[in-house]
Ligand binder design. Sequence first.
Ligand SMILES: Cc1cc2nc3c(=O)[nH]c(=O)nc-3n(C[C@H](O)[C@H](O)[C@H](O)COP(=O)(O)OP(=O)(O)OC[C@H]3O[C@@H](n4cnc5c(N)ncnc54)[C@H](O)[C@@H]3O)c2cc1C
Length: 451
Amino acid sequence: MGHLSNLNTKHYDVIVVGAGVIGAALAYELAQQGVKVALLEKSTPAAGASGAAGGMLAAHSEHFMNAELHHLALYSQSLYSKLATDLLEQTGIDIGLRTEGFLLPLTEKDSKLLHEERLYEDQSQENSNDQSSNTQYQNAQHQLDHQDFFRDNDILSNIETIDHTNTNTNTNTNTNTNTNTNTNTKKWWSPSYLAQVEPQLYAPSGMIYNPDEPQLIPALLNQALVQAAIQYGVDFYPETEVLRLLYQQNTSQIKGVVSNKGNLSAEQVVLTTGISTQQLLAKEQYTLPFIPIKGELIEVSTPSKWLGHTIYGEGIYIIPKSDHRLWIGATSKPNRIDTNVEISAIAQLLSQAEQYLPAIGSATFVRCWSGIRPGTPDELPYLGRIEPITGLWTASGHYRNGILLAAGTAKYMAQALITNHTAHIPDCFAPARALQKCSDLAIRKGVTTWN
Ligand SMILES: Cc1cc2nc3c(=O)[nH]c(=O)nc-3n(C[C@H](O)[C@H](O)[C@H](O)COP(=O)(O)OP(=O)(O)OC[C@H]3O[C@@H](n4cnc5c(N)ncnc54)[C@H](O)[C@@H]3O)c2cc1C
């Protein structure tokens, strides 16, 4: 951990401001590549959105409207298996990565179409009449084997085979984005099969099984990343709030930062301050728009294992964690920056969860919490330079997928900082698309501050 008494004598290659998952992952990545890094956090790791997240790495299940974001999500997801192993080895922290996969409810339209294809199912049952007690299971298995049939009938219109092998985001360096995550193997699980696999689950139309979606404990990921970064030589300064930037005299070249504990110097500063990035830039007289989106979650414990897979519904998810705990989330409240949990939110989440787990009312309440998702108007993160200020960068605005995107973001950003090139980062992520110089009046009128 960094020593606070003598900050103004310290010089770094890069100062990373904000130790949520994005800042911590970046500091860890940079340090592994030999960069001298200071990581500053006004509170503690996971104090922001990162500590409030559900921890789903839903690269295939999320409806990404932007192909580049989808690609980053797939790439990033592919890094987590090794990352979890590395972090465990280096820090002893198990980030709780679970790979059972997700179950997605069918939409009404899907169910109707599926019903129309019953004949196909019946035939499969006839064919297996001579088989004995495990017929049901075999029928389900038969359907799994024939998933392409359903795919061709648009029955599972949200099931797609993703092939990004020709997508060129890897230009000239060592960021390997050519992963094996391109093919997603979603399948339909019949009610009878589900009754065996998830007996507590109510799913009269069956569900879509997606084996390729892991999930983890975000706060543990965040803490492990900071610990691992420290082990690689990063100076970590908790309880250290960056107040403003320092410039070389009469230039727009960054010289460092002013914090509540003193000054630090570096030619490169990265704002990984989530929703607070807007506030910091406003002090430099720039506006970069964010949309805060509050989310609330609850945790319950169940007397035995009620769920093995994450249920990923429309507006509701239920994530099984260790010790028979279930995380149920999440509300979505735009332009809300308070972090209280409303009783109506708890009621809403429980009522939605009950549709899938009818027994949920008999589970034991453990805790509830909330966080603010760092949304942006186009729902794309800001990754890259804050152009007019030489040496200033940001990686923020990861909205509802920052845990998923952290590992990939760290690779993209580390490569950019080390090579001083951004060609590998798709233009659609460039902060320049939304950055504006603002007048003092605009700052006073339009910019909210979030602490
Ligand atoms: C309810 C909810 C559920 C979610 N579920 C998921 C999910 O299942 N999967 C997923 O991928 N994503 C999920 N997300 C989104 C994810 O949590 C965020 O996208 C991600 O955590 C953003 O990380 P960050 O590091 O940019 O921001 P933060 O975690 O907010 O970190 C920013 C850090 O900067 C610090 N900071 C701010 N200002 C300063 C300053 N001036 N000086 C020093 N430090 C400063 C803050 O204290 C904070 O620690 C969820 C979010 C919420 C709220």
